[in-house]
Each structure stands twice: as structure tokens, then as C-alpha cells.
Design a protein around this ligand. Structure first.
Ligand SMILES: [Zn+2]
Length: 352
């Protein structure tokens, strides 16, 4: 029997990983060994320092590591794991060696450690929200005169507004906030609006009552609420509720598709006479690859805004769309002087 190989002796010492995990909180490791200061977030604790030596510390504002349920994950380098994996990575040791070192941590110090508590996770009731939208669609089969007038001013004909309303895409609440509030109380009720996050505790009216133009997503699980007028620079242009989801307009074929930025541009494309099916992204950067899962072999044209944001977004979107389609996609060329489809429409109709 050899007694001179201390390294392999140490390897052979048994170490119970779950005991180490129970004894040493991940947060303690981040605070005491990495020198991180915990930032309490909703449902999680964040740190600006990563156990991966190549990733290391970043500015205090970039809280790139999330710790939750005794696991950590770094959003910068994508490393993740439990406390033993953090220690092994940080010290450049094997898992067994790291676990042995952690188990040697002073029990008194560990016992006096008060771990940071995450803020309670925000409970958003998506089912309640979907119920709100389905009740709104049922309760608002016809657009209001104010709604028709406002959209006509942007080039969208009353016919298209009525059709969009029948499809449950464009809804208009009473334009008087007091009447809108009464309507919402009557048709949806305070409890459901509260559970859906539409009515904040302590407020006299839901913010939606002041934004009567509602664009409902294709899956009826998200919506944008807007003013029936141009918003002022100091105002929030639209309020969004629900998970991010696109708007949809079924054209003559599901295999010829136009992608627009926002719902006004979707409606503008229809008004300009497209026969394509239109998908409106809730923002040029707001999309998910899975939305394009059924696009294989389709003829896809994008029409994002002709500005820096739109062009940058297109360069990110293009490879994802091309992979989904399995071939090249087109990019719509806006006429001179129009930076989006709605401006093209207004130009055509002499509205600008
Ligand atoms: Zn990292």
C-alpha cells in the first residue's frame, strides 16, 4: 500500500455533496468568497460578480448573476450550477476538492450568516388577463365613432377598422375616461381587472380607462392600450399587458407573409392593399424565433421602419427568418419621405 501519494489520498476522502450544499449557502459563497453584494430583486438575488475567473466582476449596475433556490446562473458567460460548481470554477479545482474545501468553512461563521431575501415575485395572473381580453372582444363588437375617426385620420378606412374589430384585433373603449371606467366595471369587474394587473391597488381607475384604443394580440393573451390621438412627448405612448405576442391578419394565403412593426403598420399594410397575411411585431426588437416556426417555404417580406432602430433590428431578424423559411427573405422598400408603412399610407391619401 502506498502512503506517499497524498493527492490521491485526498481524492479518496469521502465527501457528501448534498451535505456540502446544505451547509454552505450559495449566497454566502458569493458574498464572502467573491466579495459580491446582494441586490434583492423580484423572486431572485443578483450579484455583479461571477465565479468564472474569465468573467469575474462587472460594474455594480450589471447584476449579471442570478441566485435562486441554491443555484446560480450568469447571464454574461452562461455558466451556472450549485455552490460546489461555483467553488470549483472559482478555485480551478475538481468538484471533490472544492467540496472538501467548502466543508471546511467555519461553522460559526456560516451559522451567523443572514442570507438575503428576494423580493416577493410579482404575481401576474395570465389566465385572468386572457379572460379580460376575451370579455372585451365579446363586449365591443363595433368600433366607436371616435375610434373610426381617429384611425381614418391615420389613413385606415372605417371598413378596415370595422373588420379589425370583428376579428378582435382593434377594440375601442368609450373615449370619455369616466364612461370607460363604468364600462370596464360593468363588463369586466374590479376583481378580475385587479387579478389581471389592470387595476392597481389604491388607484381610482384603471390606466386603461384613459387609453381607449386597444390592439389585441393574435393569441388574445396580450394587448396594447393607446390614446385616440398622437401622444405627447412626455406621455407613455402605449401600455402593454400580457406576455409579448404578435398581432395577426390572415390574408389570401398563409404562405405569403408580410412582417410589420406594430399594429398601426399592420392595418396600414392592409389599407395599402396587401393580400399577404400580416404579422405585426410588438416592436422591432420584440419577437421570438418560435413565432416563425410555421414559415418553412413561405414567401416572407419584412417592412420595418426606415430608421436606425429598424435597420439594426432587421439585421438581427433576417438570419432567424431565413433559417425558419429555409431561404432568402425580402425587405420592403418604403417610398422616399415615408419612414414607415403608415406614413406611406398617409402620403398616398394626402394626409401628411
Ligand atoms: Zn459569468
Amino acid at each position: 500500500m502506498s502512503h506517499n501519494n497524498t493527492n490521491s489520498d485526498r481524492q479518496r476522502r469521502s465527501v457528501d455533496f448534498s451535505e456540502v450544499r446544505n451547509k454552505v449557502p450559495v449566497d454566502w459563497f458569493f458574498e464572502h468568497l467573491l466579495g459580491g453584494s446582494p441586490k434583492q430583486m423580484s423572486g431572485t438575488i443578483r450579484y455583479s460578480v461571477c465565479p468564472n475567473p474569465e468573467c469575474g466582476a462587472s460594474s455594480k449596475d450589471s447584476v449579471k448573476v442570478s441566485v435562486k433556490d441554491e443555484r446560480w446562473k450568469c447571464f454574461a458567460c452562461n455558466e451556472h450550477g450549485d455552490v460546489i460548481e461555483a467553488a470549483a470554477l472559482y478555485w480551478g479545482k475538481s468538484l471533490v476538492e472544492a467540496a472538501l474545501e467548502l466543508v471546511g468553512a467555519d461553522a460559526d461563521i456560516l451559522n451567523s450568516y443572514n442570507r438575503p431575501q428576494p423580493k416577493p415575485a410579482i404575481q401576474r395572473d395570465d389566465l385572468a388577463l386572457a379572460e379580460v381580453f376575451s370579455r372585451l372582444v365579446a363586449a365591443l363588437p363595433e368600433p366607436t365613432r371616435d375610434g373610426i375617426e381617429y384611425l381614418a385620420g391615420r389613413g385606415i378606412s372605417p371598413d378596415i377598422t370595422r373588420t379589425a374589430c370583428k376579428k378582435g384585433i382593434v377594440l375601442t373603449l368609450p373615449s370619455n375616461p369616466k364612461e370607460a371606467k363604468e364600462f370596464l366595471l360593468d363588463r369586466i369587474g374590479y376583481d378580475l381587472m385587479f387579478r389581471a394587473g389592470l387595476w392597481k391597488e389604491g388607484s381610482k381607475a384603471p390606466a386603461a380607462a384613459f387609453r381607449p384604443l386597444v390592439f389585441v394580440s393574435n393569441n388574445k393573451k396580450a394587448a396594447e392600450f393607446r390614446y385616440l390621438r398622437e401622444s405627447r412627448p412626455d406621455e407613455v405612448k402605449s401600455l402593454r399587458y400580457g406576455t409579448i405576442a404578435p398581432w395577426g391578419w390572415l390574408g389570401d394565403s398563409r404562405m405569403r407573409i408580410l412582417i410589420t412593426e406594430g399594429c398601426i403598420d399592420l392595418l396600414s399594410a392592409v389599407a395599402l392593399g396587401t393580400k399577404r397575411s400580416v404579422m405585426g411585431l410588438p416592436g422591432c426588437e420584440n419577437w421570438r424565433p418560435e413565432w416563425f416556426a410555421s414559415f418553412r417555404g413561405a414567401d416572407v417580406l419584412t417592412a420595418l421602419d426606415d430608421d436606425d432602430a429598424g435597420r439594426t433590428a432587421f439585421e438581427k431578424l433576417r438570419p432567424v427568418l431565413e433559417a425558419a423559411v429555409g431561404g432568402p427573405i425580402g425587405s420592403y422598400k418604403l417610398p422616399t419621405g415615408a419612414k414607415d408603412l403608415n406614413e406611406q399610407l398617409k402620403q398616398k391619401l394626402g394626409l401628411m
